[in-house]
Ligand binder design. Structure first.
Ligand code: ARG
Length: 274
């Protein structure tokens, strides 16, 4: 097994899956004839927004010569679509535009390694978390022992994805004037490789995946507090029916160990080709 897979396995095993709220649903709200769930079933597809630049959460890969969006978030979305008995349609866009597009009714839900916070909860609703979140930083190999504490990040030129909580942390620890925000994580990784920034703030599994895919880059844990957030699925504000339905499926996926398996599969897929 590749080193990064073992590392992720260890992290997932030691990390207690976030306890679910217990709101079980088997989609029985569908008894109401014009319910949202019924509309999805009538439409025959679950439309899901994501930002597929975040291995192993969601990313592009070639499968049988065809560019395909995969990742453990996508497997979760697929499980929800399967439970509904409909096709899954993925819409890929910049992370910073996802919640606005959700509010405009362009998707039924957003899954994108996204965490609930107060600001976001004003415009959309969130499912129970399906996994705890953590942050690491991505640095060039030669700087591995340079940025090991939060204090060591002060005044360092750093990058983060626009519209993310990681961006806010970057501003907090490195200073606004030192923070470079870009729409796509791939472009941030290029900036890091080119020496235009020295540190990237990303969610931990994305840091591990990019470090695994780039000989020149390594993951560093400098103790960024997680703020007790977890990854959740966002739906339109007030759509409690969707929240309940999704929570029902998430409970099953957590209880059966499916989510751990999705993470392992996605991590393998995200690994460098051999
Ligand atoms: N976890 C962070 C947030 O909620 C960043 C997520 C970025 N996701 C992505 N697919 N690029 O803000």
């Amino acid at each position: 097994m590749k080193k990064v897979v073992v590392l992720i396995l260890a992290l997932v095993m030691t990390m207690s899956l976030v306890a679910c709220g217990g709101g079980s649903s088997d989609g029985s709200a569908a008894a109401e004839s014009d319910s949202y769930i019924d509309q999805i079933k009538a439409k025959g597809e679950l439309v899901v927004g994501t930002s597929a630049d975040y291995p192993p959460y969601e990313f592009h890969t070639e499968i049988d010569g065809v560019d395909t969006i995969v990742g453990f978030d996508i497997s979760i979305a697929q499980a929800i679509a399967d439970d509904l008995g409909v096709e899954l349609k993925i819409v890929d866009m910049s992370f910073e535009n996802l919640l606005m597009s959700l509010s405009n009714g362009e998707f039924d839900m957003v899954i994108a390694g996204i965490e609930e916070n107060e600001e976001r909860a004003k415009t959309c609703d969130f499912s129970d978390p399906y996994l705890e979140s953590k942050n690491l930083i991505l640095v060039r190999k030669e700087d591995e022992s340079k940025y090991t504490t939060l204090d060591s990040l002060q005044g360092v030129k750093a990058g983060a994805q626009n519209g993310t909580i990681c961006y806010d942390r970057c501003v907090k620890y490195c200073g606004e004037e030192n923070t470079v925000g870009l729409a796509k994580v791939n472009d941030l990784v290029m900036e890091l490789n080119a020496g235009k920034v020295d540190v990237l703030f990303l969610d931990y599994m994305a840091v591990l995946a990019y470090a695994n895919g780039n000989d020149n880059l390594v993951a560093v844990d400098c103790g960024i507090p997680s703020d007790d957030l977890g990854y959740s699925i966002a739906v339109q504000k007030g759509n409690q029916e969707m929240v309940d339905y999704i929570n029902g499926v998430l409970t099953e996926l957590k209880d059966s160990g499916a989510i751990e398996q999705y993470i392992l599969d996605a991590t393998e897929l995200a690994g460098p080709e051999e």
